[in-house]
Write a protein that binds this ligand. Structure first.
Ligand code: SAH
Length: 215
């Protein structure tokens, strides 16, 4: 059974090979204005809609799970999206691939909450990850976080504050806030909000810029 699943997965991946890159260098664009990334794109609903709405921005979506990634690739291909590519890597390795200060925005949507204190370091907003994001983000860059999970959101605010990021436009109820107007729903967001969970959302600006603005 496992073999059949793998064979099927390989052929689905191969059919969408044009959308898979192993590094940003595989996605050159001399006319590029902005490069934004999503970490943990899941089945790709958010990044595909974002790319369609913003044809002048290029997007790279990072996803660890091959099974989720295949769905995202197929969606991008079905919609013939030109300005998105996908990387099947762990976010912990982003500095191996992305040049310093090359990314304008990083989106983190419904990241795994890792609720146990002993797993805090695995959260994608733990300070070691924030440090990676700070390196690859432009000085004027922005980290955009959405989650239904209150514990993850609180620890995200704590980590950002402790490491000097400037938090802006925070809401604990995105769908009933002014930030909902341009909001693009993710798969998890559809699921959790239909169950009555409010969605938390914030933007954060990296420490250098935050320090300059405070002067
Ligand atoms: N953003 C999607 C999926 C959320 S689930 C949505 O909102 O619907 C979180 C996703 O992050 C999973 O698909 C998981 O495989 C991915 N992920 C978790 N840790 C990761 C890591 N270190 N690097 C890349 N992707 C990761």
């Amino acid at each position: 059974m496992r073999m059949r699943k793998k064979k099927n997965r390989d052929s689905r991946m191969n059919a969408c090979a044009e959308y898979v890159i192993s590094s940003p260098a595989d996605f050159p664009n001399p006319d590029r204005k902005e490069l934004d990334i999503e970490i943990g794109c899941g089945k790709g609903r958010f990044i595909c809609e974002l790319a369609l709405r913003n044809p002048d921005t290029d997007y790279i979506a990072i996803e660890l799970s091959t099974d989720a990634l295949i769905n995202a690739l197929e969606l991008a291909k079905e919609k013939q999206i030109r300005n998105v590519r996908f990387m099947n890597v762990n976010a912990a390795r982003l500095c191996d691939f992305f040049e310093e200060k090359s990314v304008s925005k990083i989106y983190l949507n419904f990241s795994d909450p890792w609720p146990k204190a002993r797993h805090a370091k695995r959260r994608l907003t733990y300070r070691t990850f924030l440090n990676i994001y700070q390196r690859i983000l432009k000085e004027s860059g922005c980290l955009c976080v959405k989650t239904d999970n209150v514990g993850l959101f609180e620890s995200t605010v704590e980590e950002l504050s402790a490491t000097g990021w400037k938090i802006a436009n925070l809401t604990n109820d995105l769908h009933n806030s002014v930030y909902n107007r341009d909001n693009i729903l993710t798969e998890y967001e559809v699921n959790f909000s239909s169950k009555g969970f409010a969605i938390n959302r914030l933007e954060a600006y990296p420490p250098e810029i935050a320090a300059k603005n405070a002067d």
